[in-house]
Design a binder for this molecule. Structure first.
Ligand code: SAM
Length: 205
């Protein structure tokens, strides 16, 4: 079945014109599904990329837990605002960089862990292969991708982010050099009510 192409805001215009706290994905706490997984897997240190960091809330929480954090986004304004908000207090310890994951300038084998909370599900189907290739390239061997994306159980099917089934996730990643370690149904914390239905996936390289 082919997916309908969805339209998304121009990210740069959005971050220029809107206060991040009013964005649907804004969540000051560390994502609870990531928190649970880190605790279950006893992961306490290493290099983390917060991919599509937007407001930067997840990057700061990971940094506060002692990870070595890089935060990337294709919107220069989101990066400028997040860097100003956090690095002014934190002594420039988080590396905030403008980077498009579809044509990434990040180094190969750079990260132990990548957190993608909402970037993958706004990438169009024809660019997903490139996404998986780039994520595979920048992740170290044995590294983990923690992925949060909308679930096919989330209604309003023609608007908002792409929706995914377990099968779509497995096909997308396992055909491209990854192993899906676990998938579970959850919600996407943010400013919407009710919270959208989501998947939380742990994927290894
Ligand atoms: C739904 S928001 C999630 C933001 C953040 N991860 C969070 O949880 O608050 C998706 C983010 O992905 C970024 N994005 C979209 N396409 C991207 C791409 N090709 N490369 C890097 N970032 C991208 C957008 O600018 C936006 O900040």
């Amino acid at each position: 079945m082919t997916e309908n192409t969805r339209s998304f805001p121009d990210w740069e215009t959005l971050y220029k014109n809107q206060e991040v706290k009013s964005m649907p994905w804004y969540n000051e706490s560390l994502d609870p599904d990531l928190e649970l997984e880190l605790s279950k897997m006893k992961i306490k240190k290493g290099s983390f990329l917060d991919l599509g960091t937007g407001p930067g809330t997840q990057a700061i929480k990971l940094f506060e837990r002692g990870f070595d954090v890089t935060a990337s986004d294709l919107s220069p304004t989101s990066i400028r605002k997040a860097s100003f908000r956090y690095n002014s207090k934190k002594n420039n310890k988080i590396k905030f960089i403008v980077d498009d994951i579809i044509n990434s300038h990040l180094c190969s084998n750079e990260f132990d862990f990548i957190f993608d909370r909402g970037c993958f599900h706004v990438i169009s189907p024809e660019k997903r292969l490139k996404y998986t290739e780039e994520v595979h390239r920048i992740l170290k061997d044995g590294g983990l991708l923690f992925l949060k994306c909308f679930s096919e159980k989330e209604p309003m099917r023609d608007t908002g982010p792409y929706r995914f089934s377990y099968d779509m996730i497995k096909k997308t990643f396992e055909n491209n050099g990854f192993k899906v370690q676990s998938i579970r149904e959850t919600v996407y914390q943010g400013t919407l009510n009710p919270l959208p239905k989501a998947l939380f996936v742990v994927i290894s390289k």
